[in-house]
Design a binder for this molecule. Structure first.
Ligand code: URA
Length: 193
């Protein structure tokens, strides 16, 4: 499988009913050689309109969160559990996640990251543990094969509840430490990679 073929196949996807209501399928954005991946839940209204993940209010906060640890979208890859917007921004149904997850699996296989950060409860439950409790388990590192995984609060949750921000600051610092430990090249100037 090549990245181009995966993209083309994915863009034609009609595996679940979300394809009927999407404006754009939201494949992912960022550096396909990244060692760090962020995985959200699914596109919202702005993402559906623009075809790019995390471009609405939560996306702006995600960019700010990245900049706290000197990262931007060119150094990481950002995708979602489901690639098409669930109507009214409801949680993606299990049947929709099941239909979609293989696209993400193939993206992860091609990118081959060393670190995966789950953004929010839906991604953590799907990728880490179906019983994952985000309030208790955010910021904890898990190893899955060669990949270090952690969940942090979804930026939309931070927009709703300011009191979660200090915890997220510590989670970001922990992420920065992990990057410096396992894939410091993430911070290398692009022409040195
Ligand atoms: N929330 C998500 O989980 N993903 C997006 O792409 C946008 C908002």
């Amino acid at each position: 499988m090549t990245w181009e073929k995966l993209y083309e196949d994915n863009m034609r996807c009609r595996k679940c009913s979300l394809c009927e209501t999407r404006t754009n399928l939201v494949f992912g954005v960022g550096n396909t050689s990244a060692k760090v991946m962020f995985i959200g839940e699914g596109p919202g209204q702005q993402e559906d309109l623009q075809g790019v993940p995390f471009v609405g209010a939560a996306g702006k906060l995600l960019d700010d969160m990245l900049s706290i640890i000197d990262l931007d979208r060119t150094q990481v890859y950002i995708a979602n559990i489901v690639k098409c917007r669930p109507p009214g921004n409801r949680d993606p149904l299990a049947v929709e996640q099941d239909a979609c997850i293989d696209w993400l699996r193939q993206q992860v296989k091609l990118i081959n990251p060393r670190i995966i950060v789950c953004l929010g409860r839906i991604a953590a439950k799907r990728l880490l543990d179906s019983d994952f409790a985000i309030t208790r388990q955010h910021g904890i590192w898990f190893e899955r094969g060669n990949v270090h995984m952690m969940a942090m609060y979804h930026p939309a949750a931070l927009l709703r509840d300011d009191t979660k921000k200090p915890d997220t600051f510590f989670d970001l610092k922990s992420l920065q430490k992990k990057i410096l430990e396992v894939c410091p090249e993430t911070y290398a100037p692009l022409d040195n990679i």
